[in-house]
Ligand binder design. Structure first.
Ligand code: ZN
Length: 316
């Protein structure tokens, strides 16, 4: 059986304060908050999703904000850096913008591409790169016009404790192609046009520690439920131990831990974030799956309120 993923579906991380999280990803980065819900496995914690205008697969970065979270340490067994793609010519806009909003950023080069590397308020490692491929976002917010906006993921840098095994998984199970090797990084590419380029460290990296400022898991795309069932059988056949298929309301998910320590998920492109609210109103209200609806009052009482707002430094 040959399975190939189009690329990254979403990436999920731990942070502390929900308002700071929204201020960074909507306020600074100009992404749309496409869903506010709760962690279905820990309903006292928000699950916030940010992406393009509808949170298309390959654009959604998601968070579990938990104010009492311990501090994490970026390291082996994690996605180390999340890469965002912007239109060609937009990097200088982002350099100026990050500087104006007080976000320190450094320029860096890898595989003949220029990157702008910076961190969010929790220390999560991020970078922006120009890419010609991938549809432009239709969302504009604050000082970010749609034609400069983040399109979605360019990809990610993985930090594996067993890179040879992680690379074997990417190439022989997930269906990516090795396209380069340079300065301790090996580059893999999928056939999609967003979230399609991941770099893996060539030497093992020491175990990190989960907590705020670190990535919890990376999810890969399956087309639909039928393809998803094939994916589960496929990873099982290759010796991994996937969970049963879980209903995440906006997609179905299976999870497995790969040999390098990184938690992988495979998620369906369907049904998407307009599954339970209209596309024009995405992210405006706390949405709960029907099995949590009877507990709405107590769930809401335990969550810190926040607002999507244009930052003070961004008002012209
Ligand atoms: Zn996920």
């Amino acid at each position: 059986m040959t399975q190939k993923t189009a690329g990254i579906h979403h990436i999920t991380a731990f942070v502390r304060d929900p308002q700071e999280n929204v201020d960074f990803y909507a306020g600074v980065l100009g992404l749309r908050l496409v869903k506010q819900t709760i962690n279905f496995d820990a309903p006292e914690v928000y699950h916030l999703y940010f992406g393009n205008q509808i949170g298309s697969p390959g654009t959604a970065i998601t968070f579990f904000p938990w104010p009492e979270s311990r501090l994490g340490e970026v390291g082996g067994g994690q996605v180390g850096t999340v890469t965002f793609a912007v239109p060609v010519g937009a990097l200088s806009f982002w350099q100026d913008r990050l500087q104006r909003l007080g976000v320190p950023a450094v320029a860096s080069r890898r595989f003949s591409e220029s990157y702008l590397k910076f961190k969010d308020y929790d220390g999560l490692q991020l970078e922006i790169v120009e890419r010609a491929e991938g549809a432009e976002s239709e969302w504009s917010f604050g000082g970010v016009p749609a034609n400069k906006a983040i399109k979605g993921f360019g990809g990610a840098q993985l930090l594996s404790m067993a890179p040879a095994k992680t690379m074997d998984l990417l190439g022989n199970v997930m269906g990516l192609t090795k396209v380069g090797e340079e300065d301790g990084w090996v580059r893999y590419q999928s056939y999609g046009d967003l979230g399609n380029i991941v770099d893996v460290n060539s030497e093992p990296v020491k175990l990190g520690r989960g907590g705020s400022g670190t990535i919890h898991h990376i999810a890969w795309r399956a087309a639909d439920d039928e393809d998803h069932a094939k994916w589960r059988a496929h990873v099982l056949e290759h010796g991994f131990n996937p969970t049963p298929i879980v209903d995440r309301q906006y997609f179905n998910a299976v999870y497995f831990r790969e040999a390098g320590g990184i938690l992988f998920e495979i998620a369906t492109d369907t049904p998407g974030f307009d599954n339970d609210e209209p596309a024009e109103a995405l992210g405006e209200k706390l949405m709960l799956p029907e099995w949590f609806e009877p507990h709405r009052a107590e769930i809401e009482a335990g969550l810190l309120p926040f607002k999507v707002r244009v930052l003070e430094g961004d008002q012209s």
